[in-house]
Design a protein around this ligand. Structure first.
Ligand code: RP5
Length: 175
């Protein structure tokens, strides 16, 4: 299928292209699970009108989940969540202007009652993408199967790591 036939189901919005180094991982995960997405930079502070237009039209464009990333005074996820009923997942970025990401995470996490933002860990963009897929999977068995496969593969990794660990010998090891 050509790119133009695909309609984004997930929209990744970043406060700046300087967030892309972190957000690339979210894009890669969605690619891996073959979930159509769009990715753009829009700033709550530098392009407030465009953010409002984006938030108000995302639902009618068929977007199902929004992943919004920002660092420092990270208002983008909350400002978007205030203007849509789509679920918004916030990714706090440990940006050059942030206080080791703590201001970013608290700005995104501490939302007032009524306007939720599902906040992942600082720079936790892969988890944001997984969570977005899990939300879509609620009504899409094909995506659900892919999320199951991903999680099974995680378990297999740990099982293999434990098999490797079993070959490490210690005098007092009991297992
Ligand atoms: C935030 O300020 C952005 O999300 C980014 O994390 C940070 C720095 O942006 P730039 O000055 O690099 O554009 O709004």
């Amino acid at each position: 299928m050509s790119k133009s036939n695909l309609k984004p189901r997930v929209s990744i919005i970043m406060g700046s292209t300087s967030d892309f180094g972190v957000m690339r991982k979210a894009a890669e995960f969605l690619d891996e699970l073959e979930v159509p997405f769009e990715i753009n930079a829009l700033s709550a502070h530098r392009t407030p009108e465009l953010v409002a237009e984006f938030a108000r039209t995302a639902e009618e464009r068929g977007v199902q989940v929004i992943i919004a990333a920002a660092g420092g005074a990270a208002h983008l996820p909350g400002v978007i969540a205030a203007q849509t009923v789509l679920p918004v997942i916030g990714v706090p970025i440990r940006s050059s202007n942030s206080v080791v990401g703590l201001d970013s995470i608290l700005s995104i996490l501490q939302m007032p009652s009524g306007i939720p933002v599902a906040t992942v860990a600082i720079d936790g963009s892969t988890n944001a993408a997984i969570l977005a897929c899990e939300m879509i999977a609620l009504a899409d068995p094909a995506i659900r199967a892919k999320v199951h496969a991903y999680k099974n593969q995680l378990a297999e990794k740990i099982e293999k790591a434990n098999r490797d660990l079993a070959s490490e010998e210690f005098k007092f090891r009991c297992n």
